[in-house]
Structure formats: C-alpha cells, structure tokens
Design a binder for this molecule. Structure first.
Ligand code: UD2
Length: 355
C-alpha cells in the first residue's frame, strides 16, 4: 500500500470510528427509553434499589372494540342517570357508581379480548374461616364468565375450602409463614403481591385485584372495574374533609400526607389494575414500608397508609365508589344503591394473633 493510500485509510477510519461509536450510543439510548416506556419499567423505589420487569403491550386497554350487533340504550351527555353523586375525578378518571355504565356493553367489549384477571387474597391464622364465603360469593359475582385465577396465600393450606369453580376459573394455594403480629401480616401483602407478579403472573395474566378475605361479594364486580390503576374509596371517610382522613401524619414517615393534601381516602382492602401498575404500586409501598421500619416507624394503617400516599401522587385511572367495599356494620347511605363487596362484622380479639 502506498503512503498516500495508507494516510487516506487511517483518516477514514479516524472519522468513521467515532461516528459509528456515536451512532451505537444513540441507538442504545433510544432503545433503552423505548423499551422502558413501551414494554416495561424500571422501578426505582426510595432506597435506590431497582427491579426490572418486562410486560407485554396490553392492546385491550387502548382499543375498545364493540359488537356491531348489540343494541343498547342511547347514552346522553346532558342527562345522566346519576346526578346525586360525582362520577369523575378532577383528573378525569371515572368514578364507578351503579347506573353510570352499561354492563352488557362493557362485557361485549372485553369478552372477545379473552382477558384474564388474577385475584389475591390472604388468609393467615384464624382468617381462614372467612375463605369459604369469600370464594363462594366470588364465584357468583366476581368477573363471572371471565378467566379468573384466585391466589390464596395462607399458612394453613389444609383449611382452604374446596369451591366448585366454573370453567376458565381456578384457584392456587400459596403457602406463606404465619406471624404473631396482624400488622405484619397485613403489611407483608405488598411484598408477596410483587413477587407473585414477577414470578408467576407477568405475561400470563392481564389484570390483578388484591382483596381482603374477611369480606363477601353481594353484587356484580366485573369489567366496569377495569383500569390501569384502580382504587376503591373507603366507605368510612368519603363524606369527610380530607384533614380528617386517617393518613399517616408524621413527616418522618414515607407515607406522610400533609393536612391540606389528599383527594379521597382509599381502602387497603381492595385495589388493582394492570399487572405493571400494581407491580409498581406494590414495589413502592413495600420499599417505603421497609425504609420506615429501619427508622422504627410503622405507618398509622400499615400498607393502607402507603397505598394512600402512592395514590395521591400516582392518580388512579379508575376509582370505584364505596359500593365496591362497604362494611356490614355501617347502615347503607342512600347514594349507595347496591353493595357489591363488603367487609363482614368480625371480633378482632377472637381472630387476630395480637391486639
Ligand atoms: C383495614 C383494611 C385492610 C388493611 C388494614 C390495615 C379495608 C376494608 N381494610 O382492615 O386492608 O389495610 O386496615 O392494616 O380497607 N389478615 C390475615 N390474618 C390476620 C390479619 C390479617 O390473613 O391475622 C389479612 C386478611 O386478608 C385481612 C387483611 O389481612 O382481610 C387485613 O386485615 P384486617 O381485615 O384485620 O384489617 P382491618 O379490618 O383493620
């Protein structure tokens, strides 16, 4: 090779190499952001730890295809069937009340999509006694006609009642250790939900709902409740000023909410949504709960306080009215036309491992 030729080649390499390097870096930067935004997420909770989970794209969330053959009542934008309650949040998420939706229309949209719904329920210690009613009534009312997989977390697998389940529905018992503190049982749920999503559910199920076991279904709980992040308004506080909400009020806690902040007070006993959203919620609440524990703090209402803090910042995309978690000891308020799911009356001293 002549000297000139050699010089030319070296110059070309000197120009091309950095350009190629730059292009490579640009490609990997764009791909990383594209993948995080579309396919998954990197969750970086408060302590800086991270956990990568990849989820597939959820088409049914973006594309609602109705049947051409279904006839239904004309909807109106000037005359609502509910004028006694608020049906949309200030961030434009629907608040689901009886009379605000058409169940047949919704089911006809979601049934062809073959969606699947996981439900978690914890029955640790004496709480196994609530399982039978919970499971039997879920068969009658919870996503009837849809693919449902119930996961029962318990330290007493032998006490799990065998329920006859319709085709497409199944139950899995997940053994967990017992505890002598009810606060720990309640709070540990977030970690176990996170692990379940990571190890069993991702890319197999679409939605997940996490429910208290000391409850029964009395009415339909179905496709109207689907959303990316779904919260249920607590029946005990929805008429109160937010300064009275039982948020965690100590600023040292990661669950802290200032007195003049808050939208609604949500239940720890029922929440759900798309797997990736609930994973993010569970991971954050668990991490924050653990960060508090290191400082010797336990939030006022354990994971419910952390969930409320999370939902204040990460607004739920669908809010379920207190129809979706009433309490049997409370007389029904007139705006609650139907009770769909409700906590039974229980004697805490009898069933909890500690006071
Ligand atoms: C409220 C919340 C609950 C949770 C708790 C605060 C509602 C309706 N309930 O309920 O979700 O946020 O406050 O910690 O929003 N469990 C057992 N074994 C036990 C104790 C608890 O399995 O010994 C499980 C069980 O699934 C139960 C759940 O934890 O449903 C919540 O415990 P709880 O029902 O005793 O708490 P409660 O009624 O104060």
């Amino acid at each position: 090779m002549s000297f000139k030729m050699h010089l030319l080649t070296s110059r070309t390499v000197a120009v091309i190499l950095p350009v190629l390097l730059l292009l490579g870096m640009l490609y990997s930067y764009i791909w990383r952001h594209y993948r995080d935004g579309i396919f998954g997420q990197e969750v970086r909770p408060a302590d800086g730890s991270s956990s990568r989970v990849d989820f597939t794209i959820v088409n049914h969330w973006f594309h609602l295809v109705a049947s051409d053959y279904l006839e239904y009542q004309q909807p109106s934008i000037v005359q609502g069937s509910r004028t006694d309650v608020v049906t949309v949040t200030p961030w434009l998420a629907p608040i689901v009340w009886e009379g605000t939706y058409n169940p047949e229309l919704l089911d006809s949209i979601y049934r062809p999509q073959n969606i699947s719904i996981a439900a978690t329920v914890f029955a640790v210690g004496k709480y196994t006694k609530f399982l039978r009613d919970f499971l039997e009534t879920a068969e009658q009312h919870f996503f009837v006609g849809f693919k449902v997989h119930v996961y029962v977390f318990t330290d007493r697998p032998k006490e799990v009642h065998q329920v006859k389940m319709a085709s497409g529905r199944q139950l899995t018992v997940v053994p967990v250790p017992g505890s002598n503190r009810w606060q720990e049982i309640s709070a540990r749920r977030m970690e176990l939900i996170q692990t379940l999503i990571e190890e069993k559910l991702q890319n197999h199920m679409d939605y997940i709902f996490c429910l208290d076991v000391d409850s029964k279904f009395h009415g339909r709980w179905g496709t109207e409740s689907l959303g990316a992040l779904v919260a249920v308004i607590h029946p005990g506080y929805y008429r109160d000023d937010r300064s009275k909400f039982p948020y965690e009020r100590r600023p040292e806690s990661t669950a802290y909410v200032a007195p003049r902040k808050g939208d609604f007070y949500y239940c720890g006993g029922a929440f759900g949504g798309l797997l990736q959203e609930v994973h993010r919620l569970a991971n954050t609440c668990r991490t924050n709960f653990e960060a508090d524990a290191k400082k010797g703090i336990e939030a006022a209402w354990q994971e419910e306080s952390h969930l409320n803090r999370y939902m204040l910042i990460n607004k739920p995309t669908k809010v379920l009215s207190p129809e979706y978690l009433w309490q049997d000891f409370k007389p029904r308020n007139p705006e609650v036309r139907i009770i769909r799911f409700s906590g039974v009356i229980k004697n805490y001293a009898d069933i909890r491992p500690n006071v």
